[in-house]
Ligand binder design. Structure first.
Ligand code: ZN
Length: 96
């Protein structure tokens, strides 16, 4: 169930309550003074997750608009040139 933010008509400050989306009331009793607290329009809390799936989605979305700057090719391994393929037929292909 989503969280909804309410603010008391007196000066009690905002508070949150969870309701089903179909049954959310326009006002609820304030937990501080039992007065009338109206529902507020607030932003959804998207992107607050820190799971690996959420991080992957965030980095994928970010890279679509802000690709990482690359200064050069990736560093080669210290063991020399490693073959790209192990198929012996590829050794007879012409070299650039
Ligand atoms: Zn109140």
């Amino acid at each position: 169930m989503p969280l909804y933010e309410f603010r008391c008509a007196a000066d009690c400050g905002p508070f949150e309550r969870s309701f089903p989306m179909a049954d959310v009331p326009r006002s609820v009793p304030c937990p501080g003074c039992d007065g009338d607290a109206a529902r507020l329009v607030s932003s959804p809390r998207l992107g607050h997750g820190s799971s690996p799936a959420t991080n992957l989605l965030d980095s994928t979305m970010r890279s679509a608009h802000e690709p990482a700057v690359v200064a050069g090719p990736p560093p080669r391994s210290s063991a020399g040139s490693s073959p790209v393929t192990t198929n012996p037929l590829h050794r007879r292909l012409p070299r650039p």
